[in-house]
Design a protein around this ligand. Structure first.
Ligand code: FRU
Length: 481
């Protein structure tokens, strides 16, 4: 009887979940028509309606890339987290699938995905509200899918009920396989509020053994490390994470929270990560956080939330907020990770709008999208003004040969960093209806910033020198609103 009633309860729960999913899809369909398209991105993943933050479950399954994301469909601001879901054959063209995870007693916080015996397994943080201080608790859950579309939460959840020190901040599992074991890194903190990353392993993804702390803030690295990722790149190990609470130092750490990496070496026998190069930001723009990577065909691909906590989202009045960056491929040269747009991004080029010299004060008119390849003489100043054709969204991109810095000045809010070209001296600039991404050279320096132009884009050369410019209009690769 007990067994039968257990089966019945599970069945009832499943029915309720599928009703809730159908209702949600109907709601999204209906709400979509109310979206104001003015800032809607043409080739960046964004929520169909409502709010998006972190990328989750970035993986390759049954011939397609899967990307999930922190999603709150009912308002253009953060709320009880769902997992939105999109798929792509090439990391450029994306089509939506039904919302993969809906909150029940737990909010579905960030996590990752792996393929085990032909099943796509999601591991994510269940964030629960409690009535005792600190009024929340975090544990790790699993969910399974055999078709990559419909996901069932594991009945034995949680699989990881608490951090070794019992700290309730215990989230964002990133799983990978090495040898016979599955490994997971999780973001957490010490009792005296220093961010740290915990490492566990398992043979079945269900019972986990705590192994070590692979990274820990000494204090100046912040009070919490979110969204850790740990992977091998060119013979080194990279600990990539998003620390909260770092104090700005000159040009560095100017966003609300940071995302960056430590290069080191790791030993699968002692479970010790030995840092060799200290923390560096991976992107220097205004809106970049909570990265996740996956490896496929020997390449390491990265995606990030094209956003930031506690900043305005001008699109929120239009019925949506937040987006993903374009997908990037990683490389490691010397002490730095290089980040390049994935190769397939060139398939977006639809029409050449400009090809030749752009003299001082010359203007290129673009519609909502564009890619520009800009080359100038780096012994002289460069200044490109990029702004809305009807006003708004003004950014100045500059090169200062005296200090050898690239500057992204978004209406007076400056991000800048030294650039030492390793080869190519080209600036590759991606413009979408409300965003700008600048890749310098081989990807030594990258800036990702949301910018909100009225109308299309205008690019003006304010440099004393003529620049060589190729500009393309880019096609749409995500669904129309
Ligand atoms: C990072 C983060 C994660 C958490 C999620 C909640 O942006 O704070 O640590 O899982 O967002 O939406």
């Amino acid at each position: 009887v007990v067994f039968l009633s257990l089966v019945a309860t599970v069945h009832l729960k499943t029915v309720k979940q599928s009703d809730a999913k159908a209702e949600l899809e109907a709601y999204i369909e209906e709400k979509k028509s109310e979206i104001n398209p003015r800032y809607r991105l043409h080739y960046h993943v964004a929520p169909p309606v409502g709010w998006m933050n972190d990328p989750n479950g970035f993986s390759y399954y049954k011939g397609e890339y899967h990307l999930f994301y922190q999603f709150y469909p009912y308002e253009s601001k953060w709320g009880p987290m769902h997992w939105g879901h999109v798929v792509s054959p090439n990391l450029v063209d994306w089509r939506p699938l039904p919302t993969a995870l809906l909150p029940e007693e737990e909010m579905c916080f960030s996590g990752s995905a792996v393929v085990k015996d032909d099943t796509l397994v999601l591991m994510y943080t269940a964030h629960e509200i409690t009535d005792v201080e600190p009024f929340f608790n975090e544990t790790q859950y699993l969910a399974f899918s055999d078709d990559g579309v419909v996901f069932e939460k594991y009945e034995g959840n949680p699989v990881l009920p608490s951090a070794p020190n019992g700290n309730p901040d215990f989230r964002d599992p990133k799983v990978w396989k090495h040898g016979d074991h599955w490994y997971v890194v999780l973001g957490s903190k010490t009792d005296d509020e220093r961010g740290r990353v915990l490492l566990y392993r398992s043979l079945d993804l269900i019972s986990w053994e705590f192994l070590s702390v692979i990274g820990e803030s000494t204090g100046e690295m912040g009070y919490m490390w979110e969204c850790p990722d740990f992977f091998k790149l060119k013979g080194k190990h990279i600990l990539l994470m998003s620390p909260q609470g770092m104090t700005p130092q000159g040009d560095r750490y100017k966003n609300t929270h940071q995302t960056g990496y430590i290069i080191g070496s790791f030993n699968y026998e002692t479970f010790e990560f030995v840092p060799e190069v200290s923390f560096q930001e991976i992107d220097f723009g205004h809106d970049f956080y909570a990265t996740q990577t996956t490896e496929e065909d020997g390449n390491r691909y990265l995606i990030a939330w094209f956003g930031m906590w506690d900043v305005p989202y001008p699109e929120d009045v239009d019925g949506w907020a937040g987006a993903m960056t374009i997908f990037r491929e990683l490389d490691l040269v010397g002490n730095r990770i290089l980040m390049k747009p994935v190769e397939a991004m060139t398939s977006l080029r639809e029409e050449t709008v400009w090809d030749g010299k752009l003299a001082e004060n010359d203007v290129i008119q673009l519609d909502k999208t564009g890619e520009l390849l800009v080359t100038g003489d780096l012994s002289q100043n460069i200044e490109l003004e990029i702004k809305g054709s009807n006003g708004g969204g003004q950014v100045s991109l500059r090169w200062d040969p005296q200090v050898r810095k690239v500057v992204v000045d978004r209406e007076g809010d400056v991000r800048q960093v030294e650039w030492l070209p390793l080869g190519s001296e080209v600036w590759r600039i991606f413009l979408d209806a409300s965003s700008l991404e600048l890749f310098c050279g081989e990807g030594e320096v990258v800036f990702s910033s949301r910018v909100y132009p009225d109308g299309g884009w205008q690019v003006v050369n304010l440099s004393p020198q003529a620049l060589d410019v190729v500009a393309y209009k880019l096609r749409r690769s995500v669904p129309e609103p």
